[in-house]
Ligand binder design. Sequence first.
Ligand SMILES: [Zn+2]
Length: 299
Amino acid sequence: MAELNLPNAEQLTDSLHKLKNQQDAVTLDASPTSSSDQNQPEKDNEPQVSYPRTPHSRDGYGFRKSGVSTPLNVPESGSNHRRPEELVPDPNGLGWPAKSTVSRLNATPAERLDRERKMASAVRTILECIGEDPDREGLLRTPERYAQAIMWMTKGYEQRLADVINDAVFFEDHDEMVLVKEIDISSLCEHHLVPFTGKIAIAYIPNQLVLGLSKLARIAEAFSRRLQVQERLTKQIAIAVQEAIKPRGVAVVMEATHLCMTMRGVQKPGAITTTSCMLGCFRTHQKTREEFLTLIKGK
Ligand SMILES: [Zn+2]
């Protein structure tokens, strides 16, 4: 439901951004958005939303193309085990890249074609191994199709957070919770390479900077189009929002159904897995956390 409104929100902020560029004066006190019902971000019809953007609103912003980023914590010596939050920045501005993300990103068209051929031949092998005939009509182009599909379903690896957010960071003197919920998410379970799908709610309490509303969904999408486990996906989205606008706190809750559970009959069909990640004031302030949980429960 929130999503239906998101493109409008984006268009709105985009056009406002353009408008902003036309007039040079920055009027910080013109913020009619600071009304009491700001907790519901689905309010695109408000005529006078103002997001004045200061020249420095991206200061401290994490995922820069330049690679200038938040300091990378050095893992404890002797440990190869790095926690996800230690892996945010990388020199290419990618959040948590995989081993060969950079070579995938920089592949020439010929290399891409080669990659797809290699994958297609592997899929052909799978078809043979399950006892199918890869040469029967229905399956003839399945290997190529699958290769293209899996590249698409994992294209989040190639997305730089800076590009996803695309400057939609605005100065706003608003310190109430911003919440977008019911964001549809589809991802791939890294243990079985089958989908898990569900809904996600993302909230933050701004600290002078707000993010274009549609960008929360875009961030979630970028990380979901990778091989994931739900716990990590939830955490990465929260940390990415934290990185982008350094809010007072971020909360992410995801509810998903895993086909590897429901299709294989390991658990009851329809079993829902819930994960959450609370950062900053959502972690330290019980009241804030409760407000968020109440808001996401209300339909
Ligand atoms: Zn699985």
